[in-house]
Design a protein around this ligand. Structure first.
Ligand code: ADP
Ligand code: ASP
Ligand code: MG
Length: 874
């Protein structure tokens, strides 16, 4: 392979190859974009441009139906002709002058005597017509716009490789590879074409016999890659109908993240395992010749897209999840000769004989199972039956079809297994036929029935992010979500602390670590909840942040208080001596008897969650009115440690023992006035609330005395830029529906985090900035003793350098604390100003909930001080 010499490069300005897919060439305004982009690239670089085009969208499908021998060939041909004529009319071009000859050539092929037996060379010629038509009409249109475009026949420049010994006849003609090492003189001949910009076909190449060969479905990307490699191009740009390569097919997973930058190996793996956006064979030519690739959106040409090149950062973690349909599994059972040398060779020999290329393999002593990929093989019924017949001689054959292969792709897959619990549990619900792990440690694949795969990818994608297996915070690799790019994401509100920077810097100077709470934000959240008409009673779960000023603010806003210990009860009444005890709930877990007794004495509403306490301490409860907390048997939440429902959780009365509880209560004259369930914290699934209310209402009806359903808290807040604010409107609408369905019951809520998390920040001072083995760390004078959530839950908190808020975040730091624990880390690989230095004031955001409340003096470090801001920004 000859590289471009610097002299050549300078003389020619280098080549850029632009490939436009089917949808990109099917509308007039997109051809305007093509012309504009081609010219822009040529002008920018002072070089030259080759435009590679696919057939108009859907055309190759029609041609494939024809080559497959569809009965209605004549109608299909008419429709194809009409489609092209109509498009030419839209382009204001004379259809006969531009495409007359090409359309006649296609009709002639269909009338060809070969059409009866449909030999492969004829099929390739027919299939190639789509690109010949589109490139011809495109050249005419671009020239009509005054652009200097030359048309070329790709078959004069791309040669199919000679047939490989084991290659099937089908792939020798319809799924060919091409040579991408330029012969002497190839580049000179190519460059001698007079026009500054050239347009040609994707998908087609010259067969060794001089006829036409095609590169397989989606192969136009690979045509562009071959030309890029042959020319030693500066860049190959793949222009398509999505703004880049995503962490999953965005049409199936709207939350898929843009992959801004990838290395060739990961890109290769993502495309091989099913991301149709790039043809799998397009990566290698570019990789081997060092040509960078980009994936871009023709409809939104200014979006950044995906860049694939050698210098992409290597970041461990799952980058994408992809899915291939139509996978065939062939399993051979009871192989009698398993102890013999070479039995696997015998099995695979038969696949070779039938020209089938094997994808994944699983073996045991008596079974061999292989998967066949439909894009690499002609998996016709005939081929499979013939294979099965031969394999019968070796063992019992089972063909499982259609299957879907779902693959997680990313570097270091094996060391990520501990982050995949939810992924495994989702697959646990399906019948998994095969699990395969690639030897390059880049993928993990699950093969299941195709029907079972529907709806699975969005769930898996979310689980990968939640469990930290997909490191979406790595801004070098991951860009925005597809939904976000399409403007379908509600942004996070601007945080209050940006407007309070001056006051916060003063406070930081007065001493750190320090929590600062912003009461206007607390009130704003309270008012948002007060506006939810379906809710009758609101309690603040004070465990989130019991600061007296916050309790007073929320009681002023009409909230009651929910306490979980006698200590909290006393604290609440101390902060608000005139608080009406009717506005206080007591919801302890495994508390001693005297706490219940004192709570009754204080006049609080007590919630219990087991039968045993009625049995053991009947006198404490006799004649009382109580609320009962039920475990509905399932839970949810932002982390397994805050999932409070289900068998493994200590909370709540088992639904199976409700009758027993009711019976016991009756004998003690206890009235059950309310029912409570709380499934977890940070719950984001909308359907969860509706289900929970329906279940609680069912119990309430059975019990008879219940007037209030307490649906707990658990409202999430958007901790990271990746989170959306909780959809309060949708929630309110859901609860309104619940009230309508169950009008007999009043609803109570008891949020904590939602009211206070965003209102609080932790201020700290940078102590040291240290580089070690390539990792830059900034230490703070606050650690996990001050804010435990990152260490305990892997929780995300935004971190900013308040002293340098106006500087660009161009440095990358691990942010750590001073505690002697390896988990004392607030965040890894965080973007901060490069100049971040000791004594800078640092701010950890959204720390108002479970911050100071969970803080300790571990390592004999003092608790943070606390301040409250109220009123206008100073
Ligand atoms: P073109 O006709 O431009 O070659 P394709 O239809 O071949 O376009 O490829 C683009 C399509 O690939 C997208 O519309 C999208 O549905 C699909 N796709 C599958 N997986 C991915 C992924 N991981 N990222 C982006 N697109 C994907
Ligand atoms: N037109 C061909 C196909 O639809 C090639 C391509 O679009 O990449 O498969
Ligand atoms: Mg494609």
């Amino acid at each position: 392979m000859s590289a471009v010499s610097p002299a050549q490069d300078a003389a020619s300005g280098g080549w850029i190859v632009l490939k436009f897919g089917g949808t990109s060439v099917s509308r007039r305004h997109r051809w305007d974009t093509i012309g504009r982009l081609a010219k822009k690239r040529a002008d920018e670089t002072g070089g030259r441009v080759v435009v590679v085009v696919s057939a108009l969208s859907g055309v190759t499908n029609e041609l494939t139906a024809i080559t497959d021998g569809a009965a209605d060939t004549a109608q299909r041909m008419d429709a194809l002709e009409r489609r092209h004529r109509e498009f030419l009319a839209e382009l204001e071009l004379d259809a006969d002058a531009v495409l007359g000859e090409r359309l006649a050539a296609l009709r002639a092929l269909l009338a060809d005597p070969r059409a009866a037996s449909r030999p492969l060379d004829w099929q390739a010629e027919v299939l190639g017509q789509g690109e010949l038509l589109s490139s011809t009409l495109g050249a005419a249109y671009l020239r009509a716009q005054g652009l200097d475009f030359g048309w070329m026949d790709a078959r004069d420049w791309l040669d199919a490789l000679p047939p490989q010994p084991n290659q099937s006849e089908w792939s020798r003609r319809l799924s060919v590879n091409c040579r991408w090492e330029a012969d002497d003189g190839w580049r000179e001949r190519f460059a001698a074409q007079p026009a500054r910009m050239l347009i040609t076909q994707g998908f087609i190449a010259r067969h060794q016999d001089g006829g036409t060969a095609v590169l397989g479905r989606g192969g136009s990307d690979t045509s562009a890659a071959y030309l890029g490699a042959l020319l030693g191009a500066r860049r190959v740009e793949i222009w398509t109908d999505v703004p880049g390569m995503f962490s999953a097919n965005p049409r199936e997973v709207p939350d898929a993240r843009l992959l801004s930058r990838l290395g060739y190996a990961e890109a290769q793996e993502i495309t091989t395992t099913g991301a149709k956006v790039l043809h799998p064979r397009s990566i290698k030519p570019c990789r081997d010749s060092g040509v960078p690739m980009a994936v871009l959106d023709t409809e939104n040409p200014d979006l950044f897209g995906t860049v694939i090149d050698r210098s992409a950062a290597t970041v461990p973690g799952v980058k994408a999840i992809s899915r291939r349909n139509g996978v065939v599994l062939v399993s051979v059972e009871d192989i009698g000769m398993w102890q013999q040398v070479g039995y696997l060779a015998d099995v695979f020999e038969l696949f070779r004989t039938h020209g089938l290329s094997v994808d994944m393999i699983g073996t045991s002593q008596t079974n061999v199972t292989v998967s066949l990929d439909p894009s690499e093989n002609l998996l016709s019924q005939d081929v499979l039956s013939a294979l099965a017949q031969d394999l019968q001689k070796i063992g019992r054959v089972k063909v499982i079809v259609p299957c879907a292969a779902i693959t997680l792709v990313g570097r270091g897959m094996r060391s990520l297994l501990h982050r995949l619990p939810e992924v495994f549990s989702r697959f646990g619900h399906e019948r998994v036929h095969m699990i395969s792990q690639s030897s390059n440690d880049l993928n993990l694949t699950f093969v299941i029935d195709e029907a079972d795969a529907d709806g699975l990818l969005p769930q898996l994608h979310a689980a990968l992010i939640d469990n930290g297996a997909m490191p979406v915070q790595e801004a070098e690799v991951f860009g925005p979500r597809w939904r976000e790019i399409n403007g379908a994401v509600r942004p996070r509100p601007r945080p209050w602390w940006r407007g309070e920077r001056r006051r916060l810097l003063d406070l930081a100077r007065a001493g750190t670590p320090r929590y600062v709470y912003h009461l206007p934000t607390v009130r704003e959240r309270a008012r948002q909840l007060k506006a939810v008409a379906a809710v009758d009673h609101r309690y603040y779960a004070i465990k989130a942040n019991p600061h007296p000023a916050i309790l007073r603010a929320l009681v002023d806003e009409g909230f009651g208080l929910e306490c979980v210990s006698l200590g909290e009860l006393r604290h609440a009444f101390a902060a608000l001596p005139h608080l009406d005890p009717k506005r206080v709930l007591f919801t302890p877990s495994f508390a001693p008897r005297e706490e219940y007794e004192q709570a009754f004495a204080l006049g609080a509403t007590v919630t219990v969650d087991n039968v045993e306490l009625l049995q053991r301490w009947p006198e404490t409860f006799r004649g009382r009115s109580l609320w009962l907390r039920i475990d509905l048997g399932h839970g949810d939440g932002h982390h397994e440690k805050v999932n409070t429902g289900g068998k493994a959780a200590k909370f709540g009365l088992s639904a199976a023992r409700v009758d027993e509880f009711v019976e016991r209560a009756r004998t003690l004259g206890v009235a059950i006035a309310g029912l409570h369930a709380h499934l977890g914290s940070g719950v984001e699934t909308a359907g969860h609330w509706r289900l929970m209310c329906d279940e609680l209402a069912g119990f309430a009806r059975r019990i008879g005395s219940v007037g209030i359903l307490d649906i707990g808290g658990g409202l999430p807040i958007p901790y990271s830029a990746d989170d959306e604010p909780f959809d309060l409107e949708a929630w309110a609408a859901g609860l309104a529906e619940v009230r309508q369905v169950h009008p007999a019951f009043e609803l109570a809520i008891e949020p904590g985090r939602f009211l206070v998390a965003e209102a609080g920040v932790l201020l700290a001072r940078a102590t040291q900035v240290v580089e070690k083995d390539g990792v830059l760390r900034v230490g703070l004078d606050a650690g996990m003793n001050a804010l435990l959530r990152p260490a305990l839950y892997d929780a995300w908190h935004d971190i900013v350098n308040l002293s340098r808020l106006d500087e660009a975040d161009e440095g990358m730091f691990d942010v750590v604390g001073p505690i002697c624990e390896s988990s004392d880390i607030f965040g890894r690989r965080r973007r901060l100003p490069a100049a971040t230095a000791p004594d800078d004031a640092m701010l950890v955001a959204d720390a108002g909930a479970y911050g100071q409340a969970m803080a300790s003096t571990y390592n004999q470090r003092a608790l943070p001080v606390e301040d409250v801001l109220d009123g206008a920004a100073g």
